[in-house]
Design a protein around this ligand. Structure first.
Ligand code: MHO
Length: 156
């Protein structure tokens, strides 16, 4: 039995590659969530007009990795203080967001976000939004495991 978790933390190539390194993560797909157009293409999402975020949707084994561990990995792999951008990538499609799948995930997300704000390890307030999961639109095949197949790294 696996659970789902969905995160937006900038360019989904790097986010996917990083989450695949977390023990207990069984699978990771890149896609789009949170917009208002069905079956959006990468080109459409890139325009910043569809409202979608580039996300990674994980299947994880909750006995092997707790959701709180995934949240900590999420906060460690990007700069959650940036608003509507991540590193060199600007636009709402790169915003920092936790899409929760149930009430337990929502509560943990709020708890860990609060801890991160209180920790003083970030230079400003955390901009990460916590939103209910919506339809996951899987991205085009060439975006799946992009870095593993091509080598190189995302400019994060
Ligand atoms: N700046 C990156 C963004 C790609 S990511 C899938 C690039 O175009 O190389 O949004």
């Amino acid at each position: 039995m696996t659970n789902k978790a969905t995160f937006g933390a900038g360019c989904f190539w790097g986010v996917e590659a990083r989450f695949r390194q977390v023990p207990g993560v069984a699978d990771a797909l890149v896609g789009y969530m949170g917009g208002h157009v069905d079956e959006p293409s990468y080109q459409q999402v890139c325009t910043d007009q569809t409202g979608h975020v580039e996300v990674v949707q994980l299947d994880y084994d909750p006995d092997a990795v707790g959701y709180d561990r995934l949240l900590r990995a999420f906060f460690a792999m990007h700069d959650p203080t940036q608003v509507d951008r991540q590193g060199p990538d600007a636009g709402r499609q790169y915003r920092s967001v936790i899409f929760y799948h149930d009430e337990q995930q929502r509560e943990l997300a709020e708890q860990v976000l609060g801890e991160m704000n209180a920790s003083g390890r970030f230079p400003g307030p955390i901009a990460t939004r916590i939103e209910p999961a919506a339809t996951f639109w899987k991205a085009e095949d060439y975006h799946q495991q992009y870095l593993a197949r091509r080598g190189g790294s995302c400019a994060l």
